[in-house]
Design a protein around this ligand. Structure first.
Ligand code: PAF
Length: 283
């Protein structure tokens, strides 16, 4: 595995591969890699001939009171894991490489609508930060395909929309969430949980599963299902931000004729804000 820190070095390698008609698969990350990331890397190896991973903790997607400074930076361990998993190129840009004019003054990518609801409503500016850095990374790496975890389902849709709207020649692929054996979705933020919090954390997935069963079983009172899910999370020690049943295609409010839905939730457990979601197919 080669590690490069600048865009010129990255382009030299990717250009070589592209000139040989090799397909480049890309997994952008913020590091602190866990088995969920490694699953994305394995899927990337199946989707392309060459796998590029980036590690960059993007300040633009963190709010002023969020965990940017505390976000775990574990480059050495991450780098070993990626090399063991057959990654060809690790791109680790510094701030000046991705934000040559600074974060405040940078050209921004806004994805209206999709960015303003659910997690976007709770975290103003978050998806503009994500969309901006992903557009920069796509333009630097020039991948044929890029892979994103479905745990961040809203992020996946934001990225698909930006690639479509900016006419980017990249296929944005969603990869199903990897879970612990008790159902908890893998996330870097699980590391913030105490032992007691970790023991109750699977409730987020369980509550969503229970809601899905009700919906699939024919209970289509969405507001009641959402409210019961919020109540169950509250009783279990979570402080929910939201539980919402949406159209899976665009996260719009579902109409009676919609059959492909998604239930999404965000909730705090101590200082960890955890998110999860599940697909629902109605008859
Ligand atoms: O999902 C993440 O880790 C980040 O939001 C991403 C896509 C790497 C952009 O910084």
């Amino acid at each position: 595995m080669q590690t490069v820190h600048n865009i010129a070095g990255l382009r030299a390698l990717v250009d070589q591969w592209r000139s040989r008609r090799e397909r480049v698969a890309f997994v952008p990350t913020m590091g602190n890699l866990h088995a969920g990331h490694m699953h994305l890397v394995k899927q990337a190896a199946g989707a392309g001939d060459r796998v590029v991973v980036s590690i960059f903790v993007n300040p633009m997607q963190f709010g002023p009171s969020e965990d940017y400074a505390a976000y775990p930076r574990t480059l050495k361990a991450d780098s070993l894991k990626l090399a063991e998993n057959g990654v060809h190129l690790l791109f680790v840009p510094d701030m000046a490489e991705l934000y040559p004019n600074g974060v405040e003054a940078t050209t921004r990518v806004e994805v209206p609508g999709l960015s303003d609801i659910l997690c976007g409503a709770e975290r103003p500016g978050h998806f503009t930060g994500v969309a901006t850095v992903v557009a920069k990374l796509f333009s630097a790496v020039r991948p044929h395909v890029a892979l994103f975890g479905e745990k961040d389902y809203q992020q996946l849709l934001v990225v698909q929309r930006l690639a479509e709207d900016l006419c980017m020649p990249v296929e944005v692929m969603g990869v199903p969430t990897v879970r612990e054996s008790d159902g908890l979705a893998l996330s870097s933020r699980n590391g913030y949980l105490s032992l007691e919090q970790r023991a109750v954390a699977p409730l987020l997935h369980n509550a969503l599963q229970h809601a899905c069963q009700r919906l699939v079983g024919g209970d289509h009172d969405f507001a009641a299902v959402e409210a019961d899910c919020v109540a169950a999370l509250g009783e279990g020690g979570y402080t929910p931000d939201y539980v919402s049943i949406r159209r899976s295609e665009d996260l719009g409010l579902p109409q009676a004729t919609d059959t492909a839905l998604r239930i999404l939730a965000a909730a705090w457990l101590g200082k960890a804000r955890l998110i999860d979601n599940l697909p629902i197919t109605l008859k």
